[in-house]
Design a protein around this ligand. Structure first.
Ligand SMILES: Cc1cc2nc3c(=O)[nH]c(=O)nc-3n(C[C@H](O)[C@H](O)[C@H](O)COP(=O)(O)OP(=O)(O)OC[C@H]3O[C@@H](n4cnc5c(N)ncnc54)[C@H](O)[C@@H]3O)c2cc1C
Length: 431
């Protein structure tokens, strides 16, 4: 089949490669001058030291993203630094999971956490045992804050809240407990190493988008924003047998407004959460670890800081991450607040200065309880892929890749092509 993939982020790349591997004739339309979407590098003054469009973390459980990298000849062990899950704070060792089976490691790590009173450690293990007994499922309308209401305050502050905002980019009172439990389940139950943190050692574009562009060659059309899709399927007037909409939810809603209005309105109503990344520069400085957790507060926006010098990147470059950043975007001067937080909480060899500030207002969809996400199939022959599409994961690289693979699978198996009864205007075979 001749298949159009609209959007060259991680979801579109995953769909395109799976479809090409299955023998289909693919064309990827990407409106930006480079692929990668939100997970891309941004040029800086020094061409050898680009910035990432926001610090990204992968975990060992990102099975399909890691397999896709390997498919493109990228060795995850080379481009990612693998560390056992640890949440050290400045001056405090924090929670550290030893190696071995993630579930046992979690129990051992919690019991060994000297920063928490014994009752708090036992309280967390009891709650986690309850989640396990219920298969990591809960009422869809429960928030993470409600799920964890009975946990000791120190556990909520040092573990639940930072993990929630890191994984779901949504503050615990507004975040879906069901999705949070699913992330915990995959991290703790996907075998050895699944809870490991995988921190990029190379610019983000080298992880997937660059190799994908080389692999796709002329099948990737850059700088081409798709304006219109018509049943048939016509993509800006060009005929295809099937289409994967792997663009953002906003663009997918626009492109389907006339051909699948019910689906379009589901995509249109999704809310968003921003992420602000503040890069500080401090020559000669180094953190005690490549990644530190920070305690956010009224004057402390960042929840995490990454030392790029320890990650094979630019020495003296530090990425401060402000997730769930809506209040800071509204308030402004987030960068200055981050600089003050950095000066207060960390030691520096030279005074840090603000190097670059990246604000992604629509970094991820707001992962709220009971959220009805749009399904993968829009109409026969028309599929959606993207981190927002209905699935168990929050907006993550792995969620994007899995949705791309699912769309390719749907098209490849003929599950959605040429059948009767499209949402509006059944597609006919293209000329
Ligand atoms: C600052 C930040 C930090 C993040 N941190 C993490 C993290 O630590 N771990 C993690 O797993 N995830 C993280 N994420 C989320 C992750 O980046 C996304 O989940 C993932 O990149 C989404 O991929 P996607 O392909 O679904 O969408 P996108 O990356 O948005 O790709 C969509 C593509 O479609 C293109 N497009 C849109 N409209 C059109 C059109 N009409 N025609 C042609 N092309 C079009 C866009 O240009 C874009 O390239 C972070 C995101 C941000 C912004």
């Amino acid at each position: 089949m001749k298949v159009a993939v609209v959007g060259g982020g991680w979801a579109g790349i995953a769909a395109a490669i799976a479809l090409a591997d299955a023998g289909h004739d693919i064309t990827v339309f990407e409106m930006a001058p480079q692929p990668g979407g939100r997970a891309r590098s941004i040029a800086g003054q020094d061409p050898a030291r680009p910035y990432d469009n926001g610090q990204h973390i992968l975990i060992g459980a990102y099975r399909d993203s890691l397999a896709l990298m390997r498919r493109l000849g990228v060795d995850p062990e080379q481009v990612l630094k693998r560390l056992p899950l640890a949440l050290p704070y400045p001056g405090e060792p924090g929670l550290r999971l030893p190696s071995g089976s993630p579930l046992l490691a979690f129990m051992r790590g919690v019991l060994a956490h000297r920063g928490w009173p014994l009752a708090a450690r036992l309280g967390l293990l009891t709650a986690a045992g309850g989640w396990l007994a219920r298969g990591f499922r809960c009422d869809t309308h429960l928030s993470v804050a409600e799920l964890c209401a009975g946990l000791p305050a120190c556990v909520k502050r040092d573990l639940v809240e930072p993990l929630c905002v890191a994984a779901l980019n949504t503050p615990a009172p507004q975040a879906s407990a069901l999705v949070f439990l699913r992330v915990l389940k995959d991290a703790l139950f996907s075998g050895a190493g699944s809870a490991d943190l995988l921190l990029p050692r190379r610019p983000l574009s080298e992880l997937l988008a660059g190799p994908a562009a080389a692999w796709l060659g002329e099948r990737l059309r850059l700088g081409q924003r798709v304006q219109r899709i018509e049943p048939g399927w016509q993509v800006d007037g060009e005929g295809f047998d099937a289409v994967v909409l792997a663009c953002t939810s906003v663009e997918a809603a626009r492109l389907t407004a006339e051909i699948a209005p019910a689906w379009s309105s589901k995509a249109e109503i999704l809310g968003f959460e921003p992420i602000v990344t503040v890069y500080l520069h401090s020559p000669g400085s180094a953190l005690p670890a490549p990644m530190l957790a920070l305690r956010e507060g009224p004057d402390a926006p960042a929840q995490f800081v990454f030392d790029h010098g320890q990650l094979g990147g630019a020495p003296g470059r530090f990425a401060f991450v402000v997730s769930g950043a809506a209040p800071w975007v509204a308030r402004g001067r987030c960068d200055e607040a981050v600089l003050s937080q950095a000066l207060r909480e960390l030691s520096w060899a030279t005074p840090p200065v603000i190097d670059k500030v990246l604000t992604e207002k629509r970094a991820t969809f707001a992962c709220t309880p009971g959220l009805a996400r749009p399904p993968a199939q829009i109409a026969p022959g028309l599929w959606a892929a993207g981190d927002y599409v209905d699935g168990p994961y929050p907006a993550t690289l792995e969620g994007a890749v899995r949705s791309g693979l699912a769309a390719a699978q749907g098209i490849g198996t003929g599950a959605g092509t040429g059948a009767k009864g499209a949402a509006k205007g059944s597609p006919t075979k293209t000329p």
